[in-house]
Ligand binder design. Sequence first.
Ligand SMILES: [Zn+2]
Length: 310
Amino acid sequence: MKKIAFTFFSCVFLNAQNIGVSIKPIEYLVNKIAPNVNTVVLVDDNSNPHNFELKAKKILELDKSKAFFAIGVEAEDVWLSKLKENTKIKVIRIDDGIKKISYAHLHEHEHDAHHEHEHEHEHEHDAHHEHEHEHDAHHEHEHHHHHSGADVHIWTSTENLKILSNNIAKNLKLLYPENAAQIDKNLQALLKDLEDLKTKINEQTKDLKTKAFISSHPAWGYFAKEFNLKEYSLEFEGKELKIKELKKMIDLAKENKACLLISSALFNTKSVNLVKEQSNLKLANINALTYNILDEMLNFAKTLHNNCSN
Ligand SMILES: [Zn+2]
C-alpha cells in the first residue's frame, strides 16, 4: 500500500516538471539543453501542425506542466487560448529575436512569368487584366485563411535554431535555477553543434550547379535563405497549387531550374506524384518535423549535393 502511494506521488512530481512544446524539433532542443525535464509535444507524427486539434488527453498532460514554449505557429493561437481556459500553464514565447520572412516563391515566380509574357508579346492590356485577376485570387486566399504572410517554419535555419536555443535556456534557468550551471553547459555544446552543422551544410551546398528545389510543403524557406538556395513549393497559403501552377513547377524542373523534389508524407501527395511523373526529378523524403532536426538538415544538404551538383 505504501509503495503504491509513493509511486503515485512520484508520478505527480514528474508531471509537474513537464515543459510543453508544439513540435518535435523544439522538443529536441529542450531535451538537449535539459535532459532531465519531461516534454509534452502537441503535434504527433500523424498530425498536420497547421490544422491540428488539441485533444483532451494533451490538455490533461499540459495541466501539470510548468510552462509551454511557443514559437508563433499560427495554430498555436487556437491551442493556447484553449489551454489558458483549461489550465494554469504559463505560456512563454521563444521566438524573440527571429526575423520572420514571408512566403514568396510562387507569387514571385508568377510575376516573373508575367513580365516575360508582356515583353514577348506586348499584349499589355490582356496581360494587365490577367494580373488583376491574380490579385483578386490572392485576396480571396488571404480572406479565407487570415494569413499574415509570415513564414512560421522558423526552425529550419541554424541561426534561428541558435536563437531558439538561447531563449529556451534563458527560460529554463528561470524555471529551474538550481540547474542553471548544467543548462549553460548543455547550451554551449548545442550551440557548437549548430555552428558545426552550418559549416557542413555550407560545404555541401556552396558549389551546387542548380540552387533550387521543389517542396511539397513550404517548410524550408529559412533554410533556403541561409544557404542561398531557392524553395519552390507545391503549396501556397495552405492550398495545393492549381494544375496551371503545377505545370509551371514541372517546367522549372524540365528546364533544370530545380533539381530535387522533397516531400513528407503529410502534405500534398497527389501534386508530388504528378510532378515526379512529369519531370523525372528525384524524390526525397525530408521532414521538417523530424525530432533530430539537425541530422535532418544535414541529410537534406547531402541529398542536394548528390542531386544538384551537375
Ligand atoms: Zn508547415
